[in-house]
Ligand binder design. Sequence first.
Ligand code: CMP
Length: 136
Amino acid sequence: MSNLQQTLSIIKPDAVERSLENEIKEMFKSKGFSILKEKKIQIEKFEAEKFYKVHETKAFYNDLCAYLSSGPILVMVLEKENAVLENRKLMGATNPKDAENGTIREKYGISIEKNSVHGSDSVENAKIEIDFFFKD
Ligand code: CMP
């Protein structure tokens, strides 16, 4: 049965700063993702705090929000069968040093914070995150 899904992907400041957007987009396309929408923006820290609200009790929350708002990011809506899980597989583990060969974070991630990409972790959060950046 078809299970076409959309998910939110962010190419984070560390990757945009190194001009890796096209290489990362090619990795998505070569795995069969369609990029339905994309925009390059820089967000304010209070917006990053809202986006990452689920992590507000974590010790790394403040640094994480400062980092996401520190430079331009590329936000995208990706579509594919089982896009949420497939994107998480392609990104690899949160910490690049644990990420499997061939994943985006293994190839480009610098640290657990500067891990190059974000992807929604569930279908429900994908809807919330897509609305966060693309609701018109
Ligand atoms: P992301 O998928 O964007 O979702 C939340 C982010 O928090 C995660 O990627 C990491 O970049 C970051 N993160 C998770 N755990 C830690 C940690 N222990 N220290 C610093 N950053 C973290």
